[in-house]
Design a protein around this ligand. Sequence first.
Ligand code: FNR
Length: 384
Amino acid sequence: MDLHSRYPGIADLKHRAKRRIPHFVWEYLDSGTGVEATLHRNREGLDRVGFMPSILHGPMEFDTSTEFLGKTYPLPFGIAPIGMAGLIWPDAEGHLARAAAKAGLPFTLSNVASQSPEDVAPHLGENAWFQLYPPKDPDIRKDLLNRVRDAGFTTLVMTADVPVASRRERQTRSGLTNPPKLTPRLLAQIAQRPAWAIGMARSGPPRMRTLDKYTDNSSNLPPTAHVGYLLRTSPDMDYVHWLRDAWDGPLVVKGVLRPEDAAPLQKAGVDAIWISNHGGRQFDGSPASIDALPAIRAGCDLPLIFDSGIEGGLDVLRAKALGADFVMLGRGFMYGLGALGPQGPTHVIDILRQDLLANMGQLGAETLNHLPAITPLVDAAAQR
Ligand code: FNR
């Protein structure tokens, strides 16, 4: 099967994933919070970033490689952390880790993923990143960092934009509870998705395996929280300093939108800032992530990672042109998994690569260091 003729874009994978995974899993993956204004703003913000196409360049040779944190990557993007990815497809983290290793791209494992650092260790390439919802207990912190280092992770990402649980109303409406309970309603949704159901029956229900060691799973949790909340704290700058001392590899802080947060993070010795509004999943009143990027870029010289709303190669170029050094995707990769299982992540990488090249051609940009200045498009909706 030629995947490119059947699924030429991430939108095609999204469409298929929706039909292959149960409704509550889809809602977990696809939803934002509130009325999803931030989720839509992410898309609208990206659509407003335009370029003047550049002509008469003759034949061109393209180079999509990017330097980031002392390494050269063949492409300027990687895989963002996804909690409980195993709910989307069995062995999700294994498929993601292998695809990233094969392509030489970063894969970020969430500490609330459904596989542990030890589970994915055999599949990791050189660019394994680990994301931390910061544990409260200092002994757990230390133990976790040792496990992560021993498993082969090089870069630590602390997520700062989840100080409290978000409400994610769509998720709740779908019948998903915490802890997840197999109610007749969820069973009815599962029954309509046989390929997913068979896969899950074989692999067993996913759980947050990294945390197994530290939890007894018995506590009562608020309705939108999960077992990860038992362990995590709402971090402050002292926490960042502690992490900086405890981790000798690159340290990244994820979930930054305010320019004034950059300087203290830089002073604390953070190696890069990850600009993100968590794909619109946390706070429905925040600006589009892309609209926060220019001011942060203008005010600091740290390497910047960007995510939230990226759906194709053109979006990657938009973020790069506005000053991002590297780009990450969350849902895009998960739509690939939901649509195509094991083949999904590699197909997403291929789509992004082809889309990057096609759009670099339109811009006459042979490398990612030679992107033209952006042309703001005032009314994105009117352009469609
Ligand atoms: C996430 N995200 C996330 N972030 C994080 O730091 N730790 C995590 O465990 C998770 N879990 C998670 C689950 C699901 C289902 C989604 C969709 C997202 C956020 C993620 O890393 C990233 O910031 C966003 O997904 C980026 O937006 P896009 O690419 O999905 O639009």
